[in-house]
Ligand binder design. Sequence first.
Ligand code: PMV
Length: 332
Amino acid sequence: MQKITVKAGSDIALIKYWGKKDKILRLPANGSISMILDSLFSTTTVEFSLSLSADEVLIAGEVEEGESSRVVKHLDRIRSLAKSNGLIDKDIFAKVVSENNFPKSTGLSSSSSGFAALTIAASKAIGLNLSEKELSILARQGSGSACRCVCGGFVEWLDGETSSESYAQSFAGPNDFLIRDLVTIVSEDKKNLSSTQGHDLAETSPFFAARQQKISAKLDAVKKAIFSNDFITLGELVEAEALEFHSILLTSSPTILLFYPGTIEVMQLVRSLRSSGVPVYFTINTGFNVHVLTLPEYEDQVLMALKKLPSVQKIIASSVGLKPQYLEQHLF
Ligand code: PMV
C-alpha cells in the first residue's frame, strides 16, 4: 500500500460555525464561510501496513491520548468505507505522523487543517478515490470545520439536513480577492476550552436563537462582499460576526471568556488604525490570538503598528490559500 503525504492549509471563519444540530454526524447549527490560509498548514503522512497490530499516531512529535483516539476513530470511518468498497476485507492499521507549522490548541484551527490532511492522505493511502465533496463529508465527521479545509480559496460549508447534504465548496479562488491575514499571536498557552465543549454550550446562550435568525442574511452579505471585492463591507461584517460569536460565548452557561489582555490590545489597535483611515479588521475564533485582516497595500503599516505592542509575540502573515496538495516528501 502507498505512503501518502498531504499538506492542507488551516482556515479562518468569516462567518463562524457554532453549535451543532447533530452531534454524532457533526451537522452544524448554521452554514459558515471561511478563507483558507496558505501560511498556516498541517502536513500529514499516512501508511497502512499489514505489519502493524494497531494504529500509531504521532502529532507534533507527541503521542497524546485524546487526539490519537479521535484520529483512530477517523481511520475507522475510512477503513469501513474501504471495506464497503471491497478494497479491504479485514482491518488494516496505519502509521500517521502529522506536523503543524503553527502552534496547536491556541485557537488557530489546527484540527481543521489536520483532519483535512488526514482525510485526504488516509483515504488515498487505503485505495479510495473520493471526490472533493465526499472528502468534505468525511472530514466533517472527524472535525467539523475540517470539511472546509479540503477546498481552496473562499469556502462555504452548507449546513444541510443530512450527512450527504452537509459539505463545503469553494465559491471564489485565492486570487479573486487579495486579502492578507496577519495572524497575531499574543500567547501560545493551550486554550482551556475544546471547541467540542463549546459547541455543546452554544444553545445555553439566550442570544443563540437571535443569531440563528440572522445567519442566512449574513452569509449572503459576506458572499456578496467577496464577489464584489468590497473589503470595507466585508470587514465590517466579519468583525461584527466575531464580536457576536464571542457574545454567545460570554453569555453561555457556564460563561466562556477567552480574551487575554493582549487580545484586547490588538482589537483596540485595529480600531484605532481604522479611525485613522486604514482598512483593517479583526476576527477571533475560540482563543485569544487575533486574525488581523487588511489589504496588501496596507500590510507593512499594520505590521509595524502590531509589532510595537508589547503583548504581540509573533505574527504570521498569510494570503488566501490553495486547496490541499500531495507532497513527494514524507514525514517518515
Ligand atoms: O470545527 P471545530 O469543532 O473546531 O469548531 C470550529 C469553531 C470556530 O473555529 C469557532 C468557528 C469556525 O467556523 O471555524
